[in-house]
Design a protein around this ligand. Sequence first.
Ligand SMILES: Nc1ncnc2c1ncn2[C@@H]1O[C@H](COP(=O)(O)OP(=O)(O)O)[C@@H](O)[C@H]1O
Ligand SMILES: [Mg+2]
Length: 228
Amino acid sequence: MSEGMVLHGRGLVKRFGPAVALAGVELAVRQGETIAIMGPSGSGKSTLLHCLAGITKPDEGEVTLLGRRVDTMRERERSALRRTRFGFVFQFGQLLPELAAEENVALPLMLGGVPRAKAVTQAREWFGPLGLGGMEHRRPGELSGGQAQRVAIARALVTGPAVVFADEPTGALDQSTGHDTMRILVEATRRNGASLVVVTHDPQVARWCDSTVEVRDGRILPAAAVAR
Ligand SMILES: Nc1ncnc2c1ncn2[C@@H]1O[C@H](COP(=O)(O)OP(=O)(O)O)[C@@H](O)[C@H]1O
Ligand SMILES: [Mg+2]
């Protein structure tokens, strides 16, 4: 394992029936590194993210987190790993509508056994820095799209994950709100020393990240072919 490497996918192949979603992908994620994944719709970006995050088992290849095989773990172990070492931000509608914003953020801590009062206190600390001061008691339906995604960012980071995965997290927002939200995501993960793997269509967002990979037809294009 090379210096500072956190997550490593090698030779990843994933088929859905006759469709080849991943055709042999290698991706290494270093500690604290932010990586943008770009590429046309259907090129395999989400499948790659899901394989790296232990959500989907690749048909071939391997995924290691700090040298530990993820793809061969039992589902129970993989799900514990996702809860403790990874954070997730998806496009839309991922907050539980009946819970207050602060309870949504506290949830991953409570699932990990932190008592409710302590979890909520810890969760509240994220609101000010993410520009959400005063929103603690609102339900998701009482938040704007950008605010809801910032709550989702807090929820992804609250457990101190090694890697945050975000799949087109601003795809449902207007461009300017999307930019603000993405900048907050990149900065907040950096501040917390977490790595970030983010799928985005926005070249501006890719520029804020440390590196960009382009996916085409289930493969990563050589770095020289990626225009920045
Ligand atoms: N659960 C699934 N069942 C069948 N085909 C799938 C499934 N997930 C993805 N695919 C197929 O795999 C390919 C890559 O999909 P995906 O990773 O979602 O692409 P992207 O995120 O880049 O849009 C597409 O052809 C898609 O139709
Ligand atoms: Mg996708």
